[in-house]
Design a protein around this ligand. Structure first.
Ligand SMILES: C=C(O[C@@H]1C=C(C(=O)O)C=C[C@H]1O)C(=O)O
Length: 112
């Protein structure tokens, strides 16, 4: 595969789109990798009430927004990044909750 091109090196829309496709594929890989740790997280928790950890959710969102700020993204985009993370984490929390509920039901009570 050709070397990645910097934005200023792209001379037509097919080159721009090829780079966007490359970045999107990398983002999906990273989300899948992140999901692997969420999968491990619920296995290390004891019951569904542990799925949502508000202080940690806030910490994660603060960190990504700080990084977005440091990268010089526009203010509205920083808010968008925070909202996307909140949305993604919301899904992960639901996933963990469901797994822990099923585990609780199948084992006849919370894990000791
Ligand atoms: C991964 C965890 O489980 C949940 C998912 C989080 C995430 O996706 O970053 C953060 C907090 C938890 O509500 C955790 O407790 O750290």
């Amino acid at each position: 595969m050709a070397d990645p091109k910097r934005p200023s090196e792209c001379t037509d829309m097919s080159e721009v789109r090829a780079e966007i496709d490359r970045i999107d594929a990398a983002l999906v890989d990273l989300i899948a990798e992140r999901f692997g740790y969420v999968e491990r997280a619920w296995q290390l928790k004891k019951d569904p009430s542990e799925a949502s950890v508000p202080w940690r959710i806030q910490q994660v969102i603060d960190k990504v927004k700080t990084q977005a700020r440091q990268r010089g993204l526009p203010a509205e985009m920083i808010e968008m990044v925070g909202a996307q993370w909140r949305n993604m984490i919301g899904w992960f929390v639901q996933y963990e909750e469901e797994k822990l509920r099923k585990l609780e039901a199948s084992s006849g009570g919370p894990r000791k």
